[in-house]
Design a protein around this ligand. Structure first.
Ligand code: COA
Length: 318
């Protein structure tokens, strides 16, 4: 018995911030941003819109696609680094918003940009062990709240959004394997400068050594691709679709090269929404499923890398 994705959904907030808008905010050019990152625009949550609101839109769409009502959900996992509150968890707030009154366990997972792959892996284990028959897995972020809008090397990258999937047990297709890793020695290269138990000297915003992160990300993603294929005695040519974390087009292209895949087999949405951290994979997946690119029976590889450092992959038959 495998866990199969039976519905996907996504949501981007209404407000769009283009590269031209950023030209008016920091010393940059639209061309520089596109060339270095592949990003053309990003979406920003409204002031009264929290992560759980974005998550609720995406989750409703995923449940609708799966043909499931709120009463069927028996597990809610929300991957986020930008929760509404310290507590209750965003998953609990979301559960209330969706009217899931089944007593289903609900909790958040914090693995930054790898959060969705982590959450998917946990849900996969719940389904395989028979503990869940209908899991709702969401990645949702309001990174704009922790972005330093005066730091030109950083603020150009991030955006807000949410993506969700419904997982159910199935005899056909589904998640083949997931692979999760972390190495806390790299914590300083990508972090928020303060939090709940450690106060910050300045505002609580993201800080990143972009160059160093870039290099480790490319090498690490190369390694996780090898690990995932080897674990399943598969070769590169067995992969039909790469649905990568949408951080930077150059990182995505490097992984595609490693897999020997043409970019037409890679789902790219980073141009439209920037790096939405845990939301980015389910956002991209939803787009490719709804436009008919990813079809039943095809093999999909998802991979992510993020703060921590954390990284991971999920291989599945659609
Ligand atoms: N506009 C114009 N110039 C900019 C700029 C901007 N928005 N941001 C930085 N620069 C300048 C720098 O000041 C530097 O100028 P200098 O040479 O005069 O000192 C120059 O561009 C090169 O800076 P550098 O940081 O080396 O650029 P880069 O090619 O590494 O690109 C990133 C910067 C952030 C786009 C890139 O490092 C990156 O994408 N890193 C990975 C980030 C990521 O994806 N993180 C999330 C992983 S989950």
């Amino acid at each position: 018995m495998r866990a199969r994705v039976t519905g996907t959904g996504s949501y981007l907030p209404e407000r769009v911030l283009s590269n031209a808008d950023l030209e008016r905010m920091v010393e940059t050019t639209a061309q520089w941003i596109v060339e270095r990152t592949g990003i053309r625009s990003r979406h920003l949550a409204a002031e009264d819109e929290a992560t759980s609101d974005l998550a609720a839109h995406a989750a409703r769409r995923a449940l609708e696609a799966a043909g499931k009502g709120a009463d069927a959900v028996d597990l809610v996992i929300c991957a986020t680094t930008t929760p509404d509150l310290v507590f209750p968890s965003t998953a609990c707030l979301l559960q209330a918003k969706l009217g899931i009154h089944t007593g289903a366990p609900a909790f958040d997972v914090q693995a930054v940009c790898s959060g969705f792959v982590y959450a998917l892996s946990i849900a996969d284990n719940f389904i395989r062990s028979g503990q869940s028959r209908c899991a709702l897995v969401i990645g949702a972020e309001t990174l704009s709240r922790i972005t330093d809008w005066s730091d030109r090397s950083n603020c150009i990258l991030w955006g807000d959004g949410a993506g969700a999937v419904v997982l159910e047990p199935s005899d056909e297709g589904g998640i083949i394997s997931t692979h999760l890793h972390a190495d806390g020695r790299y914590a300083g290269l990508l972090r928020v400068s303060g939090g709940v138990s450690r106060s910050s000297l300045g505002p609580n915003v993201m800080r990143m050594e972009g160059n160093a992160v870039f290099k480790v990300a490319v090498n690490t993603l190369d390694a996780i691709v090898d690990e995932t294929l080897a674990a399943n005695q598969m070769s590169k040519s067995d992969i039909d679709w790469l649905v990568p974390h949408q951080a930077n087009i150059r990182i995505i292209q490097a992984t595609a090269r490693k897999l020997g895949m043409g970019m037409e087999r890679v789902v790219v949405t980073v141009d439209r929404h920037g790096n939405t951290s845990a939301a980015s994979i389910p956002l991209a997946l939803d787009v490719a499923v709804r436009d008919g690119r990813v079809k039943r029976g095809e093999t999909v590889l998802m991979e992510a890398f993020g703060g921590g450092f954390t990284w991971g992959s999920a291989l599945l038959t659609w």
